[in-house]
Design a protein around this ligand. Sequence first.
Ligand SMILES: Cc1cc2nc3c(=O)[nH]c(=O)nc-3n(C[C@H](O)[C@H](O)[C@H](O)COP(=O)(O)OP(=O)(O)OC[C@H]3O[C@@H](n4cnc5c(N)ncnc54)[C@H](O)[C@@H]3O)c2cc1C
Length: 309
Amino acid sequence: MTLDGAYRRTVLAVAGAPLVRGFVTRAGWRLGVGRFVAGESMEQALPALQRIEASGKGIVIDVLGEFVGDEAAARQSAARIRQAMQEAAEHGLEPYFSAKPTQLGLGIDRDLALELATDLAATAAGHQGHLCLDMESSGYVDATLELFERLWEAGHRRISTVLQSYLHRTPEDLERVLARSPVPDLRIVKGAYNEGAAVAHQDKARVERAYRELVYRAFEVGGHVNVATHDERILDEIGAYARGAGFGPERYEFQLLYGVRPGLQDRLAGDGHRLRVYVPFGEDWYGYFSRRLAERPANLAFVVRGLTG
Ligand SMILES: Cc1cc2nc3c(=O)[nH]c(=O)nc-3n(C[C@H](O)[C@H](O)[C@H](O)COP(=O)(O)OP(=O)(O)OC[C@H]3O[C@@H](n4cnc5c(N)ncnc54)[C@H](O)[C@@H]3O)c2cc1C
């Protein structure tokens, strides 16, 4: 395992401890959460969302939540997303949303998740918006792809899902998604969870090679690819390829996270690439925040500063 991999696994393992979770959640925004999370409510996130759209970039709105424990919590979570879709439309924002399937109850009851995802896909479509099903840890990949396919078979087209280049299985999953006609929108990421060698590449260079292979394969088959990474070399290489192939926004866009490499976001948008910023908000920010800390050792410095400052 590389040093990067060891760091990430350690941070995610420590973050999973209930004691750490309790402490960090209580200390809250003092620890720098606001660098990655736009607020705890739509009202708080609104200025950031409006600023991004005013700058000519697009948005992906994520009402934070994951791994709900019962049906009531899943329904509450879906209601919050539905409400945010309504509010986004009222404020003239593009209602392009992303949701975690386990926040809709996928971990407890697949039919419940289908019912709630169906309602959200229809609500998004009703506002000329979009619903992306984020991809979570490897144990949920089969159920997430099945959920996506059931929505697709029911006729929903303003939807997409995500594939992670670190998983060994992903090239096969990609073929499964690309076999559909028309080819669905897909977001390609490296993967953010704590996965062992049995299911995931542990070597950074291998994950990056797999990333490129997935994107080029999706291009080959005619898909619209959401290239979601902050890896400048990959972005520049794929950007140059797309330009050379004469691709416009109907074939690809770049997606980066709120608060991560804002200078790079500006440069890419300034170069004329379609760019979306993934903007999370909500009270359930702990899991999301932990994954951002795990991606870059320097991010822990913010937390330490918050504790000592
Ligand atoms: C729009 C979007 C949606 C995503 N959706 C999912 C999903 O559904 N499922 C999933 O598993 N993962 C998702 N991810 C996360 C993804 O899997 C990676 O964990 C994350 O993007 C970091 O990897 P990287 O591709 O940026 O490359 P890296 O090699 O990790 O990073 C490249 C460079 O970007 C910078 N960088 C990366 N992360 C950070 C950070 N947190 N803070 C500051 N700088 C950073 C560093 O300078 C680094 O050198 C998503 C990412 C994006 C951008």
